[in-house]
Every structure is written in structure tokens, then in C-alpha cells.
Design a protein around this ligand. Structure first.
Ligand SMILES: Cc1ncc(COP(=O)(O)O)c(C=O)c1O
Length: 361
């Protein structure tokens, strides 16, 4: 990337597979704008639904191994709408302590009682659900977790979570924002990797990260999709995504399906970076994916680190509270399939040099 005229190696994009820059997406968007125009002109339930929306929803559901799927304008809107549809006042949402803000906002908006369990701790989830079971309330239970966590790059213990939800008769929403396109067979996500798709209530993804486009999407059964259509306020009361945007998402899915080696390449690049940074002595938590936190601690030092990296040619961003817990400020790296191995080896030398200069190593 070029920032203020300076060429930098970008480690801060969720365009994990480089699809946002692929000609296939630009061509598809262009063609759809020729046939359908640009703006959708109305919400989905008025006149904003086109054949492009419907075709993509069907294709995405099949890709994910679900019966149906429903597009929202963003991943943020999807989490808001799904949660607000599934639960309300008198119900419970139980979420991982590090869930994304869109999940927390969805829970707040729903009016349900939001409780958290310790990050990745399935036993703690079991404990919270047992407490809820003991209470006099008869409300519904909805468990929500990201699969690949957006700031730590670790992965939820999905098989345990599914089993616990079934035992407590709780619905389960998983957020695959950073998993779709990145992990699992052909990038189908973490659920597909463990063969658990049929055992969750809704699998949410965003199209704005690995798929290089824009939009959120809920994969579920046909009957849950119908229910979301009629109850998700963030779906009903907003203008539909422009057809060219959806056409670009469909083209991205096509590239992904034709070039599964992109997913392999992302995994290889991510392993190279994680192994290298760990060997140098950086604290990268339990990352096992393309998201690699380099935990520094204080916000000031983290900013200094990001600045030093930038002076040396790497674009990274300092992530500080409230996005991450106090004391856990970090430089969050996103590895891409399009990074060249030689660039990654060079970047590792830069991280080490900067880390030593600032006393982080
Ligand atoms: C885990 C998670 N869920 C949902 C979202 C929201 O997706 P979008 O950017 O498409 O609104 C994001 C990203 O911002 C995210 O990291």
C-alpha cells in the first residue's frame, strides 16, 4: 500500500485472500451495474430484492451447507438483526467475553439479559447456562460466539459448545466473520471444519473480509430465514444492498471455489508469521489463524511500536481499549494469502528489530 507517498507492506487489512483487488469482482460489479443500475432503490421487502440477491443467497447457503441464507447490508446489521429476532425481553444471551461489539449491541438491543463466560471456556459456558436454568425465568437461551476471534486469532471450542447448547436446550449463533474464506475445507469456515453446520441455529458471516466485498449473511434453515425476514428490523427497515455489490460477492465466492489454494496459501503464510514471531519471543497469545496479536500491554508503548514499524516500512495498527481489555493493547496483524514469502521473512526481521529497539523483546 502507499500511504502519503510511502510504500508500506500492509498487515492491517481483512482482505485476507486479496479478493477485493481481483478483476473478477470488478467485472461482475460492472456488469451488474449495466443490467441493474447502481442503488437498489428500496428495502428488500419493498422492491429492492433482485435476482442477483436471490441467486447469491442460494449459492452461499449451499457453500456453507445450510438450507437457506439471508443477506443484510453489513455484518454489523446482521448480528443486530439476528439476535434481536431470536430473543427479547425475559430471554438470555450468553456470550464469550471477547465477542465483537456487533454481538454485544445486538444483545443490548434485543432487551435480553446478556451474560458472558470466560473467553473460550466451555466449562464456564456450561456454568452460566446451569445458573440460568436454575433461575425461575422461563426465557429462551441464545449462546453466541465468534468462531475465529477478531482480535486474538484463536478459535472457539465449537464441538464442546454445540454439545453444551444441545444439553441446555439453547440456540446457538456463531459468527464466522474471520473464518469464512479463511479456514475449513475450501474456506467454508470453522463449523464446516468440524462438521457441525447442521447443529447450530444460525451461522453468520460477513462478505467484507475474506470475500473482499460488503454485506452480512445469515445461513440457517428455510424456516429460520423466513422468520428473520419478517422479524429482523435491521433487514426490514433499510435499503437493500446494490446488486453490483452482491454480484461482486458472488464473483468472490466463485474465485474462492475455483482457487482453494488461496486458503492453503493463507494458512501457510500465517503459520510462517506465527512461528517466526513466537520464536523471536513475542507474545501472540493463542493465535492459530491469520489474525496475530502482538501484545505489548500499555497503549502508549503499543502506539510507539506501530509508529516504529511504519518508519521501517510496515503498516500495522495499534489496537487499544475499549476494543481490547485494559493491559492487552496490541499491534494486530492480518496475514494475507497475497503476501510473498520473501516479504514475510523481511517483515519478521523488522518486527524483531523494532521489538528490541523498544524493549518489547
Ligand atoms: C467478529 C465480527 N463480527 C461482525 C463484524 C461486522 O462485520 P461488517 O464489517 O461486515 O459490518 C466484524 C467486523 O467488523 C467482526 O470482526
Amino acid at each position: 500500500m502507499i500511504v502519503d507517498g510511502v510504500r508500506l507492506l500492509n498487515f492491517s487489512s481483512n482482505n485476507y485472500l486479496g479478493l477485493a483487488n481481483r478483476p473478477e469482482l470488478r467485472v461482475a460489479a460492472h456488469q451488474a451495474s449495466e443490467t441493474h443500475g447502481w442503488g437498489a432503490g428500496a428495502s428488500r421487502l419493498i422492491s429492492g430484492t433482485t435476482d442477483v440477491h436471490e441467486a447469491f443467497e442460494a449459492r452461499f447457503a449451499e457453500f456453507k451447507g445450510f438450507g437457506a441464507s439471508l443477506l443484510y447490508t453489513t455484518g454489523y446489521a446482521a448480528n443486530l438483526g439476528i439476535i434481536q429476532s431470536l430473543v427479547g425481553s425475559g430471554d438470555y444471551v450468553v456470550g464469550d467475553a471477547l465477542n465483537h461489539a456487533s454481538i454485544i449491541d445486538g444483545a443490548r438491543l434485543s432487551g435480553a439479559d446478556y451474560r458472558t463466560y470466560a473467553h473460550l471456556d466451555a466449562n464456564a459456558l456450561d456454568g452460566v447456562l446451569s445458573q440460568v436454568d436454575k433461575s425461575t425465568a422461563k426465557g429462551k437461551r441464545l449462546v453466541v460466539t465468534e468462531t475465529v476471534f477478531s482480535m486474538d486469532g484463536d478459535v472457539a471450542p465449537l464441538a464442546d459448545i454445540v454439545e453444551i447448547c444441545e444439553r441446555h436446550n439453547a440456540m446457538l449463533l456463531v459468527d464466522e466473520a474471520h473464518a469464512t474464506g479463511c479456514v475449513g475445507p475450501e474456506g467454508k469456515g470453522a463449523l464446516a471444519l468440524e462438521g457441525l453446520a447442521s447443529r447450530v441455529t444460525v451461522s453468520m458471516s460477513t462478505l467484507s473480509k475474506a470475500l473482499g466485498s460488503l454485506g452480512g449473511i445469515a445461513a440457517s434453515t428455510e424456516s429460520i430465514r423466513s422468520y428473520l425476514v419478517n422479524s429482523s428490523r435491521s433487514f426490514i427497515y433499510t435499503t437493500a444492498l446494490p446488486a453490483p455489490v452482491v454480484a461482486a460477492s458472488e464473483a468472490a465466492l466463485g474465485v474462492l471455489q475455483q482457487e482453494p489454494e488461496l486458503v492453503t496459501r493463507l494458512a501457510e503464510n500465517s503459520t510462517l508469521m506465527r512461528d517466526g514471531l513466537r520464536a523471536q519471543g513475542f507474545n501472540i497469545l493463542a493465535s492459530s489463524t491469520q489474525i496475530i496479536p502482538i501484545v505489548v500491554g500499555s497503549p502508549g508503548k503499543t502506539l510507539e511500536f506501530a509508529l516504529k514499524l511504519r518508519e521501517k516500512g510496515l503498516f500495522t495498527v495499534a489496537v487499544r481499549p475499549p476494543t481490547v481489555p485494559p493491559g492487552a493493547s496490541r499491534v494486530r496483524l492480518s496475514v494475507m494469502a497475497t503476501h510473498e514469502a520473501a516479504d514475510l521473512h523481511w517483515a519478521l526481521t523488522v518486527f524483531e528489530e523494532a521489538g528490541k529497539e523498544l524493549g518489547i523483546l
